[in-house]
Design a protein around this ligand. Sequence first.
Ligand SMILES: C[S@@+](CC[C@H](N)C(=O)[O-])C[C@H]1O[C@@H](n2cnc3c(N)ncnc32)[C@H](O)[C@@H]1O
Length: 389
Amino acid sequence: MTEELSDYIAQFLAGLKADGYLSDPLWKKAFGAVPRHVFLPSFFLSLPDGRWQAIDTTHPAYWRMVYSNTTLTTQLDGAVGPDPDDGTLSGTPTSSSTQPGLMALMLDSLRLSGGELVLEIGTGTGYNAALLAHRVGAPNVTSVEVDPGVAKLARQRLSSLGDWPSVVTTDGERGWRDNGPYDRLIATVSVPAVPPAWLAQVRDGGLIVVSLWRDLGGGPLVRLEVNGGSAQGFFLAEAGSFMPVRAANRVPTALSMALKQTGTSRQNRRPSTVLHHPDAGLWLALRVQNVNWLGFTPDGGNEQVWLFAPDGSWAVVDDIAGQVEQFGPPALWNEVETVYDRWREMGAPSRDRLGLTVTSTGEHRIWLDNPDAVVWNDASAPVAGISAP
Ligand SMILES: C[S@@+](CC[C@H](N)C(=O)[O-])C[C@H]1O[C@@H](n2cnc3c(N)ncnc32)[C@H](O)[C@@H]1O
């Protein structure tokens, strides 16, 4: 290792420590030993206008960026890899190397002691799989990736480091039974609902760490313990967002259509910032489903926050004017305010007091403090059970 590279890595570790990560010396050792740059010979830099510019090792910012606490995008629109000769591009990220602080948080929450069998969903660059392999041994790690091209590159990069975990090309929502049952399952891609297949592939007492995909965001990271075919556990105190599995339907943000319609206006009872509240934001994202949002500032106007539902209903909140305009039904901002009020009535609980039970039939129950105190049955789950309050 050159002196310059070891300086970058030392600063990287110090930065992660200063941000509150890597308190476990074994994870610090792993992040120090596994070189992130091997998995990111090139990546996309996001530009202020929302476009992307690919950079590689010849770019002056390359090393600083690779060894920073930043998510680095490595594929757009399910096909386009980073090539500095392509100029600037537009597109939606479909593969990336996750923000290292979030990786450290999730890895730590797996509570590994060494030697566990681990299944990772979403290989991406392979960097997280390499960290896991460093900690529990490469033969104990299986990683699955849906995109064959992404999986091939990850295999090449992992194998360049010596012993490498098994990388399987398949749809991660089906899991991978062959090397199980696993002691741990970690998903670095978010899922609308925890797939029943995962519950069957993790042994009793094993842990699943996953983020749930919700269009409103909220960063729902949850750790579940599997027992007797179902799983339950608390949401983590920290938020963490991932791109959704490729099959997930993202709710489109149809601003141009909405601008042609007139809705009904009233004073807003709550500001749009409730959507990003660290605790209420989780309740809202879990409870107000299939609603996407977008920030927009018209020329010479106030900042606005728009909400959209797939049936064409929308709401626009202008916090400066204290107004909301809505087109529906449903009245989307009324729903947000009702859920927010409910969260307040329940004592404004912190996000880590919420828990999730996933049954073997795929039912998802959200509870407060203990699994018997169900506050709602999650709508994205396939089986209806307990009615919402
Ligand atoms: C945020 S990246 C994962 C980061 C990765 N763990 C790393 O260390 O670089 C998410 C990955 O999940 C993959 N993915 C999306 N849908 C998937 C699915 N249904 N099954 C498996 N992988 C999927 C994407 O192709 C992408 O490579």
